[in-house]
Design a protein around this ligand. Structure first.
Ligand SMILES: Nc1ncnc2c1ncn2[C@@H]1O[C@H](COP(=O)(O)OP(=O)(O)OP(=O)(O)O)[C@@H](O)[C@H]1O
Ligand SMILES: [K+]
Ligand SMILES: [Mg+2]
Length: 685
């Protein structure tokens, strides 16, 4: 405890460097005042001027301490990340295929390195060969191993994580010093913290106020001289410091750092403070259906056959009858790596007695060609060597495929599709086509997914915050409507392609509204980049992580709700403390000015409601109060003001009341109490 206090104090002194202080203009003015009053006190010493000098330095130090405490919390995190970044040696592959051992810090983009079980991955990259389980706890704090493999959406690996099993070849994708861990360290340490647009706007406002008060205070002097009572410079400096918005000026940077830190505590890394702020202003939240609102392990539960009898419902023992639904569904899913595809293979072999002995590899060797699922085509399948093509996919996509071949969709299929959709399930229509014959629908796979518990409540919270939730899904409109109704979202977009998502975001943004979006696939990258707040899942592709401006290490899509709350709390905290600070200064104006000039203008006595001991005691008490209030508000700046979900307008009203009125009253009480103590000092009574 004393250790941290000493460390904080040390940093507070280190931050007295004017080049650092320049970033906070209000505090910089106080620093100039401190230097000036110290010089004047040395030339013409008095208890009063030394006391003022002392408390002005205290004001600057308290401001520095606020920032140091805020940064201190990130430093602990940075230390554990540094441990993960320990110097590694890499087994680099030379052009001739031979291995050479080099320090990890020498790797550059394009290098290929071999990593075996038990070894630390020396840099960020993509797996280009092999499959391995990887322990990413060094960066995520999560001990469960994850699978990383070449090709597909799970190929990105992070330097500093450990391979647990097998051997992979990784192609390095970042320059030394620019890796994910490097960026994380810089982020949590605040080293790279840039002022956000809102902070810049507020700093300009505070600087303007400071200049206004500077001119006001300077204008007082000729007036005082004219009246035959020139004020000492120490008094003018003290008056200036009391009037300028020092409280918010001192706490502004700490509030920003603490906001980023609160995100880090929840395992979310914001690549910019701007994104955190934007999160607080978000008016539309776009959420994927599958995996975000539902559990995402959409599983096949039933195969429903239709047709002319050759496609019978049930066992197809010989396993070669591609004109029967279970077998066709099975064959078209053999190479389908999506959870849906895998669950179809499971269901067909366990419940429908399909011969599960065939492998994708053997089929390919015999000339079969698999068609991978894509969100754009919304179907997948296989072209067998004997000219039979099998496709499965969304009803609308399959309708297109069947009709193009001259086939037609039996009404029984439409009925089944509608029935499954209305229950919130996802129907996958399965069809085959022999050579140039018209395609024929064999039946429908029923995929079931479950809405996560508590969704309705979470969306209710968002609604109270004034945020509209829109579910986007590649599924058909009926399924989408059923799930949207169950989950309680405000709106939905069905049969959405990646381009549709992008268009929806642009449309939402048109009126200047801010949009948040969460995603993990390469498909989501354009939408993530376009959104004002794009949260990429850590498990996602590096394209998605590059495109977004936040990464969720837990890969939990509903984390966005917390991100928005943290952003809102940041904005409200800043607003509340700004209100408090300015209200405070105005109150001080009325507390000090009458005391200062009462001998000059006896009429002011009527305003001197505080009955302070003497003009000097009044000045000093105000300066002390001004310094102590910074110290008192550091905890609030770090923790954030109490936050309850409510509309922005309601929140603003409440805060103006609490912090505005509080800000007006506090100095009257505080300065009076301090004045009682200060008046005991020699010469100030
Ligand atoms: N493996 C698959 N093979 C064939 N078709 C599929 C497969 N997986 C999904 N589909 C079909 O493609 C549609 C779009 O899937 P996609 O994954 O793009 O969206 P989604 O998962 O329904 O929604 P979300 O945007 O929430 O992920 C699905 O509704 C389904 O009809
Ligand atoms: K002030
Ligand atoms: Mg999906």
């Amino acid at each position: 405890m004393t250790g941290t206090v000493l460390a904080t104090a040390g940093q507070a002194f280190a931050k007295l460097n004017p080049r650092h202080l320049w970033r906070a203009p209000v505090i910089f003015v106080v620093w100039v005042g401190s230097v000036l009053t110290t010089g004047l006190a040395a030339v013409e010493p008095s208890v009063f001027s030394w006391s003022i000098a002392f408390w002005l330095w205290a004001t600057v130090l308290f401001a520095n301490a606020a920032e140091a405490v805020a940064e201190g919390r990130g430093k602990a995190q940075a230390a554990s990340l540094r441990a993960a970044k320990r110097e590694t040696t890499a087994r680099r592959l030379r052009a001739d295929g031979e291995e050479e051992t080099v320090p990890g810090s020498e790797l550059t983009i394009g290098d290929r390195v071999v990593v075996d079980a038990g070894q630390v991955i020396p840099g960020d990259g993509e797996v280009v060969e092999g499959v391995a389980t990887v322990d990413e706890s060094a960066i995520t704090g999560e001990s469960a191993p994850v699978i990383r493999e070449s090709g597909g959406d799970r190929s990105a690996v992070t330097g500093g994580t450990t391979v647990l099993s097998d051997r992979i070849v990784v192609q390095i994708t970042t320059m030394p010093g620019e890796s994910f861990i490097d960026r994380m360290i810089a982020l949590v340490e605040g080293a790279q913290r840039q002022k956000t647009p809102n902070e810049i706007a507020l700093t300009i406002l505070l600087t303007t106020l400071t200049i206004v008060f500077l001119v006001t205070v300077m204008a007082l002097q000729p007036l005082a001289v004219y009246s035959g009572q020139a004020q000492p410079v120490v008094v003018l400096v003290a008056l200036l410091v009391c009037l300028i918005p020092t409280t918010i000026g001192a706490l502004l940077s700490a509030i920003g750092i603490a906001g980023m830190d609160r995100l880090v505590q929840r395992n979310v890394l914001a690549m910019s403070g701007r994104a955190v702020e934007a999160a607080g202003d978000v008016s539309t939240l776009l959420l994927d259906k599958t995996g975000t609102i539902t559990f995402g392990n959409r599983r096949a539960t039933e195969l429903l056959s239709v047709g002319d009898g050759s496609a019978g419902d049930g066992a197809v023992g010989d396993g070669t009858d591609v004109h029967a639904l279970p077998d066709a569904a099975y064959l078209s899913s053999l190479a389908d790596s999506t959870p849906e595809g895998k669950s179809i293979v499971d269901l067909a072999t366990t419940e429908y007695a399909v011969n599960g002995g065939r492998s994708a590899g053997v089929l390919v060797r015999d000339g079969a060609q698999f068609v991978e699922f894509s969100a754009t085509t919304r179907m997948s399948g296989v072209d067998l060597p004997d000219g039979v093509r099998i496709r499965k996919g969304a009803a609308s996509a399959l309708h297109g495929w069947v009709e193009e071949s001259g086939g037609s969709i039996p009404s029984a299929v439409r009925d089944i599709v509608d029935r499954i959709s209305a229950s919130g399930g996802t129907p996958l229509v399965v069809a085959t086509r022999h050579g140039a014959d018209p395609a024929r629908v064999l039946g429908v796979v029923h995929l079931k997914d479950v809405v996560k518990p508590g969704m309705r409540e979470r969306f209710e919270v968002l609604r109270r915050m004034g945020i509209r939730t829109v579910m986007i899904t590649g599924d058909n409109a009926l399924t989408a409507a059923a799930i949207a109704g169950e989950a309680g979202v405000d709106d939905f977009l069905a049969e959405a392609t990646p381009e549709d998502k992008l268009r929806l975001i642009r449309r939402e943004q048109e009126g200047g509204r801010l949009v948040a979006m969460t995603g993990d696939g390469t498909n989501d990258a354009p939408a993530l980049a376009q959104a004002d707040v794009g949260v990429a899942m850590n498990s996602g592709t590096s394209a998605a992580k590059e495109a977004g401006n936040m990464v969720d290490l837990d890969s939990d899509p509903t984390k966005l709700i917390e991100v928005v709350e943290i952003g809102k709390q940041l904005l409200i905290t800043r607003g509340a403390l700004t209100t408090f600070s300015i209200a405070n200064d105005i109150a001080k104006y009325f507390a000090i000015i009458p005391a200062m000039f009462v001998t000059l203008f006896p009429g002011l006595a009527a305003l001197n409601i505080m009955r302070l001991s003497s003009p000097q005691s009044a000045m000093l008490s105000a300066v002390i109060f001004n310094a102590l209030i910074i110290l008192a508000l550091i905890p609030l700046a770090l923790k954030g003001v109490h936050y309850t979900p409510a509309s922005a307008a309601a929140m603003l009203r409440r805060n103006l009341l609490v912090y505005g009125v509080g800000g007006v009253i506090a100095p009257f009480i505080g300065i009076k109490v301090i004045d009682l103590a200060v008046s005991l000092l020699p010469g100030l009574g």
